[in-house]
Design a protein. Structure first.
Length: 876
């Protein structure tokens, strides 16, 4: 591959150098170019003078671009796909080194990240810098208390402090128990709250000053913990400071006394922290304009000074300092009196508290704070080792190919005696004008081996990067969140850029390749933004994206049917080529990421429906365009096949028990289970159960209409006459806007999903009508979107682990605290990885799926043995 790339670049350069002077000559004397002596004098050419001048103008523009490229200080000829991906690799390597040095010399404790810094994003959600928070409901919080009870001698939490900590205590009790605590003796008193159902005790001790009274309370807790059979609370929270400022008028002497008392207090807190978790909660800032006159002396400079003292005293001890709570207070700013946190701030602070206490035991998928990465499975280690050998082999091959004189001489010798498909060893057979093209070179076994090892080595590096990103805590991760700005602004930019790269296609047929690639490409971009911004929380957006997925399946059914119909190629080689290209990446990810096949739900879906399409066309009677041309009955056979497929799909949908029996049969049950059941597979399958069949039927109708000339597919010509075209266009808009109205009126997601399967054909056919009825629109396509459409499957799968994170629940973070810069960087690397996976898959499909039926049978048998070994290892 690399040889061919280098050869093409060395050939392209002289061509540019040869054509540039010629273009310059044309530009230097435009009058001569357009003079009557050089213009043909025949009548047809004279009538075409406008076209001649357009041709001259295009040549002048081309010459200007060549001159600009030659004189530009930027070497644009180095900007190739290969070099861009190499640059992405080097950038990734730099960030691996950067994050590795941070892990070696910095703080890797995700609990510290949770308690230290962050920002508010989305709907007033708190986002720690570098890790993901789970939003605990009341039910989940109660489950957490039950599960963590065994780690401690008692289910009790202790809060010691002033009125600010009392507010947090009240909010925590309300979130867990469902009701606010009542203070029968007044708010400035101790309080104990007990939940009998959880056997939970939460205690609040009113200690507004750091003094002997607080010291005595801590000693009592320490004595109880050290006593035989004594209780150890699962968490101790302590905070104080503002009451000292208030009662002493924020004097300097009071601050020194506070600092001295806190220093004396720290050994007791440190002793307690050796047996349980202790948090010192820093003082929140105040909104000075809201403070009452008796609190006017409490200002943010005093708050900062007291917090600085606490951080200095507890640095290096077992006591953790909780500073993110005061950031929550400041960012949300919902305080009513300027000093006590409002309801929204308290809600977020309680979530931080629960994430700190619960995450390690609960291990929610959308949480990484206070959670260690899951250990690698033995199969993951084995796979990494095997692909490590491939990587080393690829390095050796690379060195031998490009680093040694012997390899270069051998390559030169091989070039002197190539083998060509025309049977001539030295290319000495005379070529006619009809055959005047370079014959295709047959690759030697050594070249095939080198290409295969290089591809496997690249795949090994990519899989290692996947594991590093999403099976370790090497890189940071953050939560996704939805906002209208986050969703619609990127889409606007993407579509504007896509329009900028639009041009006319050389094809003009209905749903030609450039147009379908363009369609898949922009749909893929919408789906990516939808996943990145958690768009599934918005029902109309969710339903529109469901339509895009259905459109993709529709196009798959259409494209595969048209291929089988036109080519009549239903060979086993074609079947295994398609299945291999669809599933290679997911097969590797299932092993390397230790996930089930159904986790990557879209690939099982498209693979299943491709098999259905293949069997529909392969089972007798076989029908194709050629057979239908000789026997019109074959059209009837095809219609009967469609009816049978429709009946089978409907039967499986109506009887879920029958569906379960079919797909839970061994040996393929493991391919359809997610966890221990097939509910997820049934849900995905039923949503788009008719989309592929609809695409096949549409392809059949297009083929039939095309044969009988029912529409015109000429360059820039409308499909129909003006009046029918306007009627079809109006019907298309009705289908599109009608479905959009349905998505806004539909009340619940479950109800929308049930209706979706029966009406999704309307927006799909509507879009096809709008896109194809006029020739000018039909030919126009975006090269950017078409490029994305050609790698759409890889873009969809790769996003799971190297753009998103935590199995798509979060986003990957290279640059914490700079979300915009981070998304640009990770998106660039992600797209390069997806494209390289596409290239590697093509190389491996060429070499590992042979055309010879004997080698193909051997390859299928070996793969079956590999699947059997994996099934035994995973206990399937």
């Amino acid at each position: 591959m690399k040889d061919s790339e280098q050869q093409s670049s060395s050939v392209d350069a002289p061509i540019i150098n040869e054509t540039q002077p010629e273009a310059d000559k044309e530009v230097s004397s435009p009058k001569e170019v357009g003079s009557p002596e050089e213009v043909p004098v025949d009548a047809a050419s004279a009538a075409d003078e406008t076209d001649i001048w357009k041709n001259i103008q295009s040549k002048m523009d081309r010459a200007k671009s060549m001159v600009f490229a030659a004189t530009s200080p930027i070497p644009f000829h180095y900007v190739t796909v290969r070099n861009i991906k190499l640059f992405a690799f080097l950038v990734t390597l730099c960030f691996i080194i950067y994050h590795g040095s941070q892990r070696r010399f910095g703080n890797n404790d995700t609990c510290e990240w949770l308690l230290r810094e962050g920002r508010v994003q989305g709907n007033n959600l708190w986002q720690p810098n570098g890790c993901m928070m789970h939003v605990y409901t009341q039910a989940q919080a109660r489950v957490c208390i039950r599960q963590t009870r065994s780690k401690f001698t008692s289910s009790s939490a202790v809060f010691i402090g002033d009125s600010r900590l009392r507010y947090l205590f009240n909010a925590t009790v309300k979130h867990i128990t469902g009701s606010e605590p009542v203070y029968p003796e007044g708010k400035h008193k101790d309080l104990t709250v007990t939940d009998q159902g959880l056997n939970l005790t939460m205690k609040f001790y009113w200690k507004p000053f750091v003094d002997q009274d607080m010291q005595k309370q801590l000693d009592n807790i320490k004595d109880e913990m050290n006593r035989a059979g004594g209780t150890v609370p699962f968490l101790v929270l302590v905070s104080s400071g503002t009451w000292t400022m208030k009662t002493t008028n924020a004097s300097e002497a009071a601050f020194k006394e506070y600092k001295k008392n806190l220093t004396d207090l720290s050994p007791s807190l440190d002793d307690i922290a050796k047996k349980t978790r202790v948090l010192w909660v820093l003082q929140d800032p105040v909104f000075e304009r809201l403070l009452s006159p008796e609190r006017a002396m409490i200002d943010n400079s005093q708050i900062s000074k007291y917090n600085w003292a606490a951080e200095e005293i507890f640095r290096g001890s077992n006591v953790r300092v909780w500073s993110s709570s005061h950031l929550v207070f400041w960012y949300l700013g919902d305080s009513k009196d300027g000093i006590h946190m409002g309801n929204e701030g308290l809600r977020q602070t309680v979530q931080i508290f629960l994430n700190y206490h619960c995450n390690h035991e609960m291990r929610h998928r959308d949480a990484t704070c206070c959670i260690n990465a899951e250990p690698l499975h033995s199969m993951q280690i084995a796979a990494l080792s095997i692909f490590g050998v491939f990587i080393l082999t690829a390095i050796v091959v690379l060195f031998r190919e490009y680093g040694t004189v012997v390899a270069r001489n051998l390559r030169m010798y091989m070039k002197r005696q190539p083998l060509y498909t025309n049977g001539s060893a030295f290319h000495d057979k005379p070529l006619t004008i009809r055959d005047a093209r370079l014959p295709k070179k047959v690759k030697t076994r050594y070249e095939v081996f080198c290409e295969t090892m290089m591809a496997l080595g690249k795949l090994g590096l990519i899989m290692g990067y996947f594991v590093l990103c999403d099976r370790t805590d090497f890189f940071k991760k953050e939560n996704k969140y939805y906002s209208n700005v986050n969703f619609f602004v990127p889409l606007t930019y993407i579509f504007l850029i896509g329009l900028f790269f639009s041009e006319n296609s050389d094809q003009s047929g209905l749903l030609h390749r450039d147009q379908t690639d363009d369609w898949k490409g922009w749909m893929q971009f919408v789906i990516l933004v939808y996943h990145f911004t958690a768009g599934s929380t918005q029902l109309p957006i969710y339903m529109h994206v469901r339509t895009l997925v259905s459109s993709y399946l529709f196009l798959n059914g259409y494209a595969h049917f048209m291929y089988f119909w036109n080519k009549a190629d239903i060979s086993a080689y074609r079947f295994f080529q398609i299945v291999f290209r669809m599933n290679l990446l997911v097969f590797c990810l299932c092993i390397f990421m230790n996930r089930q096949y159904q986790f990557y739900y879209f690939v099982p879906l498209v693979t299943f429906w491709f098999i259905v399409t293949y069997l529909t066309m392969a089972l007798p009677p076989r029908v194709s365009e050629a057979s239908a041309a000789t026997n019109s009955r074959h059209y009837v056979y095809m219609i009967i096949k469609f009816i049978l497929v429709f009946g089978l799909i409907t039967t499986l949908y109506i009887s879920e028990d029958f569906f379960r029996r079919i797909f839970m049969m061994k040996p393929w049950a493991a391919l359809f289970r997610l966890g221990d059941n097939i509910h997820e597979w049934f849900f995905r399958w039923k949503l788009d159960r008719y989309s592929v069949l609809q695409g096949m039927v549409f392809g059949f109708l297009v083929a039939y209409a095309r044969k009988h000339g029912w529409f015109n597919e000429g360059m820039s010509q409308n499909l129909f006459n003006f009046r029918p075209s306007m009627f079809v266009l109006a019907g298309g808009f009705v289908g599109l806007f009608g479905y959009s109205v349905f998505t806004f009126l539909c009340p619940r997601k479950e109800q929308c999903n049930e209706i979706h399967s029966y009406v999704v054909w309307a927006p799909i056919l509507g879009f096809i009508a709008v896109r194809n009825v006029f020739g000018v629109v039909r030919r126009r396509y975006s090269t950017l979107f078409a490029w994305a459409g050609r790698v759409s499957l890889e873009l969809f799968i790769v996003q799971f682990h190297v753009w998103l994170a935590a199995d798509t629940y979060g986003i990957l973070v290279f640059i914490p605290g700079y979300p915009m810069l981070n998304v640009i960087l990770t998106s660039f690397i992600y797209v390069c990885v997806a494209h390289e996976v596409h290239v590697v898959t093509g190389v491996l499909a060429e070499h590992l799926v042979p055309k010879d039926w004997r080698y193909l049978s051997l390859a299928v048998a070996l793969f079956g043995i590999l699947l059997g070994v994996l099934a035994v290892c995973y206990g399937l």
